[in-house]
Design a protein around this ligand. Sequence first.
Ligand code: SRM
Ligand code: SF4
Length: 563
Amino acid sequence: MTTLSDFERIKNASRQLRGTIADGLRDPVTHAISDDDNKLLKFHGSYQQDDRDLREERRKQKLEPAYSFMLRARLPSGVITPTQWLVFDRLAREYANGTLRITTRQTFQWHGIIKQKLKPTIAAIHDALATTIAACGDVVRNVVSTANPVESSGHALAYEWATRLSEELSPRTKAYHEIWLDGEPLIGEPKDEEPLYGRTYLPRKFKIGLAIPPLNDVDVFAQDLGLIAIIEHGELKGFNVAIGGGMGATHGDPTTYPRLASVIGFVPPERLLATSEAIVAVQRDWGNRSERKHARLKYTIDHRGLDAFKAELEQRLGFTLEPGRGFRFEHNGDRYGWIEGENGRWHLTLQIEAGRLADVGEQRWLTGLRELANVHEGDFRLTCNQNVIVANVSADRRDAIDAIVAAHGLDGYRQHSGIRRHAVACVALPTCGLAMAEAERYLPDLLPKLEALLDTHGLRDAPILLRLSGCPNGCSRPYLGEIALVGRGPGRYDLRLGADFRGQRLNQVHRENVDEAGILDALSPLFASYAAERSIDEGFGDFLVRTSVVGAPTRGIPLEVLA
Ligand code: SRM
Ligand code: SF4
């Protein structure tokens, strides 16, 4: 018999995620909580971290690490009202490190919250009608969907479905209420609190994303469950169902790998919730609970077989999925600037470098967005490319919005090079405990060097998808970058090349463990040949594959593009 991982023991003994978190928060002796509680805390949307810049110095001084907490909101589809924005902004300044961080799954993170402030922060988020429950942990996470879902009635419907999925698949435990919102503490064992998740929740995190072709801004094939809305003449017909996507890998361990989701069929809207829940349930029952490295749905599918998984799913559902329908994605980036929606309302997409909203020099993102929230009458949408959309603006309010944007230096996207416009970087140092190299903090140094190279070859405006991750976990979805850097150690990265710009092809390692000089040396001749030999409208990644600079991917594309 295989041994369950220690994490399973912790979940099982936690009384549906209660553990001893409440006691740990009250303990004045340390700024930390216990290891077991730290694992449970993730289900409540928070991670204990320590400032890695200070780690060595504090160790020398025999001080405990500079512990603080990262907190992540659960915001289905990344939609926020201006009132919520103002609360989140205040929390960033009062309780966190003075910044807000838009994540690659269209929500907010706060960093640097000390233990004593965690509870008031979560309570304030709750009062603002948002939550942090299940933003992390072995559960269905925040459901993401195409960020601009108001351009037709079909888009609005799809947005609604993403929100319903998020709500239906949320944990039901009252632990959250008890710990953070002064709910009455439970005496004894909880009874039947989690009909879907049971005592031990899922074997691992589970991610759902909903894309509306032709936009694949959510990277639908990187999701455990990817849903592709099929909209005909403005009417939502249903969803193609794709399962088993995921990015995470471990250096040097070929049993771990990024994988793109496989399309297994189509369901009409009325069958979406049942189908999604059944997929989650099969993974709950079949997923690997011994080895967390192999616990994601992608490994369950590869170990048990896609056909076996589908057969089990259909048997539980009592119906068969219809054949997948045709779809076509054009790109997975964001569209900057103003765009008019079908309802006559306008949407302004602003680019935010690595999603970090801070006030630095002339670019005052935090203040600028606060000012916008003070006057904006529509809503805000966060994107999976770490950007923000000021959505639903009436035509007569555009000038006022533009004035605030310009006054705070937020209109840089107009001048940005093609590569800068599409760069995504994960958080990495100093907060991420798993980072092997810099990412977010390296991006501003790297970009001008890449731009200088691209300039030499007349490629300044070429849209190139760059993704930077501080380790192979892949939080910036680097395996889908036309150019990607995946951290190996301080200042060293694997250079990966050759994904497409539609989120449908994984890239390949081109140079292993190289420093910046190695990266630029490797890219320079490739930019030169791309400038000279590309076909009209040919993307950089497609060019590299056509000219055999990188080979066709050997793994991870059991994907049928149907149209
Ligand atoms: Fe991630 C873990 C940050 C999106 C794959 N991720 C982490 C942790 C929590 C580190 C940790 O476990 O101690 C990072 C916190 C850093 C910090 O200081 O804030 C972290 N992940 C992020 C964010 C904030 C990156 C960003 O720059 O935006 C993204 C938050 C998303 C959200 O709002 O929920 C983020 N992470 C992703 C994505 C992209 C996506 O989901 O579209 C992936 C790849 C897709 C996937 O899951 O396969 C991703 N994160 C991981 C993994 C690898 C999982 C695996 O299957 O191997 C880990 C490590 C783990 O879970 O053990 C991880
Ligand atoms: Fe941290 Fe690695 Fe994720 Fe970057 S990719 S945030 S370094 S876990």
